[in-house]
Design a binder for this molecule. Structure first.
Ligand code: JB3
Length: 215
């Protein structure tokens, strides 16, 4: 039986998730948000219940959570929210928009979110709390880590390894066989043709390391 869900965060990413959940006919109990100005509002017809404390009024076994925090640059806040509620015994649902095309052998980690028009080809794995956003494509035999954000329109060729907490900016392209290290950031529109070390920012066509290193 599909338990009702509460969405953590009531911003732009939450709206995309609400659309996917409604299309999938999932019962949404409400949204929590850190901004008091949003409390008791309706977002796409869904009530904002209060801050995250409102989750604790429900036993972990009676609901499921959806991480409504998106991420730009580094996904630290999103990751922390996921880990906070996992440590309290709550479980996250995997959200898949019905228009996404996912091969039958693809493994999705807990709380993975596959948005409208995304394509994931055979042999690929998607980690926990990872977003494959609108119209992004992950080709065959890719390994995508936990807490990764594959932004809208990203194109990953085959046999790519993306480590945990990587942010791939909107429309980035990565050629086959590339390895991208943990906690790195790939700028929007970049074309990645060489491996990317961990904790670095790469951008451009072809992508080159930027001066700064992510803290
Ligand atoms: O790039 C795309 C397609 N989407 C972006 C997404 C991936 O990331 C989007 O454009 C934004 O850049 C971002 O979406 P997000 O996280 O929805 O951004 P924003 O619209 O700023 O909403 C964040 C919401 O989270 C705000 O309403 C905050 O008040 C709320 N928030 C912050 N910390 C929190 C917390 N809510 C809860 N429940 N708990 C928190 O700890």
């Amino acid at each position: 039986m599909n338990l009702p869900v509460i969405i953590l965060g009531g911003g732009g990413h939450a709206k995309v998730l609400i659309e996917a959940l409604k299309t999938s006919k999932r019962t949404i109990l409400g949204i929590t948000d850190a901004d008091p100005a949003k409390h008791n509002m309706l977002i796409m017809g869904i009530p904002v219940l209060g801050d995250d404390g409102a989750v604790l009024h429900h036993l972990p076994g009676s609901i499921r959570l959806v991480n409504g925090m998106g991420s730009v640059n580094v996904p630290r806040a999103r990751t922390a929210l996921f880990e906070k509620f996992k440590s309290k015994g709550y479980a996250f649902v995997t959200v898949v928009h019905p228009s996404a095309v996912i091969a039958s052998d693809v493994a999705l980690g807990e709380g993975a979110q596959i948005m409208a028009g995304a394509v994931i080809q055979p042999g690929s794995t998607i980690g926990m709390n990872t977003i494959v956003n609108t119209k992004a494509s992950v080709d065959h035999d890719c390994s995508i880590g936990d807490h990764v954000h594959i932004s809208p329109g990203v194109t990953l060729s085959g046999d790519i390894r993306v480590a945990d907490e990587v942010h791939l900016g909107t429309g980035a392209t990565v050629i086959q066989g590339i390895r991208i290290g943990r906690n790195s950031l790939i700028g929007a529109g970049s074309v990645v043709v060489t491996d990317v070390p961990e904790n670095t920012e790469y951008a451009g066509v072809p992508a080159r390391q930027r001066a700064s290193k992510i803290s």
